[in-house]
Write a protein that binds this ligand. Structure first.
Ligand SMILES: *[C@@H]1O[C@H](CO)[C@@H](O)[C@H](O)[C@H]1NC(C)=O
Ligand SMILES: *[C@@H]1O[C@H](CO)[C@@H](O)[C@H](O)[C@H]1NC(C)=O
Ligand SMILES: *[C@@H]1O[C@H](CO)[C@@H](O)[C@H](O)[C@H]1NC(C)=O
Ligand SMILES: *[C@@H]1O[C@H](CO)[C@@H](O)[C@H](O)[C@H]1NC(C)=O
Ligand SMILES: *[C@@H]1O[C@H](CO)[C@@H](O)[C@H](O)[C@H]1NC(C)=O
Ligand SMILES: *[C@@H]1O[C@H](CO)[C@@H](O)[C@H](O)[C@H]1NC(C)=O
Ligand SMILES: *[C@@H]1O[C@H](CO)[C@@H](O)[C@H](O)[C@H]1NC(C)=O
Length: 351
């Protein structure tokens, strides 16, 4: 009898504990979150997430976010869509942490001197364009708001490889820009036009990534600017341009055709599971991505455009590794509405 009462008490305690734990784990001192199997497997496959360092509350919230993403993906796959989605590194990332994977700071656009708007060449652009075969391997900015450094280097490398027929084949150091570029702000954001101007002011020299490898992706912080032991590569930075195309997608096509790949700014809504889970096809925005050039928050390399199954798209290269998107690339709907602000500010060089 005693034993039975005792068992009942234990069951009651466990019941109360789990009921409350699921709702408000942080209110209970000593609450230990136990990961469910699928999430544990996901964490094992992503050791850089360092989940051992998370608080119990964070463990719960990340798993909750992961569950929501799985559910969202399952529902998306039930219906026909022009694009496919899947579980990516963002599946469990909380909305408040997503800006760390961007790093475009629009306020820095105003502080530097404006560059002249250059008219593109007049020859009409072709129906489709794709510079990806000239691009270097996809890179990964990690948890550091350094898209400005990655998009600048992605653009420069592709232009040089294109114009030299791949004879130019260096891997340039993003970490150098994150640590040393005084015109930008390390892991807290920057503006690619500033980066190009700063590089030009450094005698157009930049170390290769072997002599200055990237570390901020895991530390989420810059390190002291390294000046010795660097293997510096000369760049050709004669004319640096920023085109404020203000939503004009026709003009954007002409610039891409006339000048080669350019950095473009864009807006990624933080509450948009679709974008962060994108895998392939033409991404048709469903997150109320507004058209407003003051809201850009991410920098990528515009690589081309085309039409797939009747849908017009822009093709861009991201810096989120190869597991996001189509090996790191995305086709995003191209329309006269300038969805997601793909045609606001373009930055590039003339060769
Ligand atoms: C996530 O889903 C699993 C499987 O359905 C479930 O066991 C677990 O309690 C859920 N976790 C959270 C935090 O909601
Ligand atoms: C360029 O360099 C990379 C890495 O060093 C190498 O894998 C690739 O084959 C090179 N490409 C060409 C065209 O030389
Ligand atoms: C360019 O570099 C020089 C010397 O490194 C420095 O004195 C100057 O202030 C820089 N220019 C700008 C605009 O910062
Ligand atoms: C980032 O590094 C700087 C020094 O390099 C240090 O002062 C700062 O505390 C670090 N920030 C974080 C969040 O670690
Ligand atoms: C967009 O740019 C094209 C090409 O320069 C130009 O002909 C057209 O008038 C522009 N459209 C608008 C709405 O400004
Ligand atoms: C995301 O937030 C915006 C602005 O608050 C809202 O209009 C939109 O409906 C939200 N999208 C989703 C998918 O929740
Ligand atoms: C664009 O966004 C800014 C900042 O949120 C806002 O002040 C402005 O009114 C918006 N412009 C339009 C046309 O909606």
């Amino acid at each position: 009898m005693k034993c039975l009462t005792f068992s009942f008490l234990i069951i009651l305690i466990v019941f109360i504990a789990t009921t409350f734990a699921e709702k408000e784990p942080h209110r209970h001192k000593g609450y230990k979150h136990v990961f469910h199997d699928e999430y544990r497997k996901y964490l094992d496959a992503h050791p850089s997430k360092n989940h051992h360092e998370w608080s119990e509350e964070r463990k719960f919230r990340r798993e909750q976010r992961f569950n929501q993403t799985l559910e969202w993906i399952k529902n998306h796959k039930k219906n026909h869509h022009p694009y496919d989605v899947g579980v990516t590194r963002f599946a469990d990332v909380l909305e408040e942490d997503l800006p760390k994977y961007h790093g475009l700071d629009e306020s820095q656009n105003r502080h530097q001197r404006a560059l002249p708007v250059i008219n593109p060449l007049t020859s009409p652009p072709p129906a489709s364009l794709d510079y990806t075969s000239w691009a270097p391997p996809i890179t990964d900015q990690g948890k550091c708001g350094s898209c400005w450094a990655f998009s600048t280097i992605g653009m420069l490398s592709t232009v040089y490889r294109y114009t030299s027929n791949k004879v130019w084949n260096y891997s340039l150091s993003e970490q150098y820009l994150v640590d040393c570029d005084a015109f930008d702000n390390g892991c807290n954001g920057g503006w690619p036009k500033n980066t190009l101007l700063w590089l030009k002011n450094q005698s157009s020299l930049i170390p290769d990534s072997a002599s200055y490898p990237y570390t901020s992706g895991t530390t989420a912080n810059r390190t002291a600017c390294k000046v010795t032991g660097l293997n510096k590569i000369p760049l050709k930075l004669t004319n640096i341009y920023q085109w404020n195309v203000n939503g004009n997608e026709t003009l954007t096509k002409q610039i891409l055709y006339s000048y080669g790949p350019v950095v473009t700014t864009m807006s990624v809504p933080l509450n948009c599971t679709a974008f962060y889970s994108y895998k392939s096809g033409v991404y048709v925005d469903n997150c109320n991505c507004v058209s407003n050039c003051t809201l850009v928050n991410h920098g990528v390399v515009l690589m081309g455009y085309g039409t797939e199954n009747g849908l017009n798209y822009w093709l861009f290269r991201n810096s989120w590794g190869t597991t996001w998107g189509n090996n790191g690339y995305m086709k995003i709907a191209r329309s006269s509405l300038n969805k997601c602000n793909m045609a606001c500010f373009l930055m590039g060089i003339e060769q």
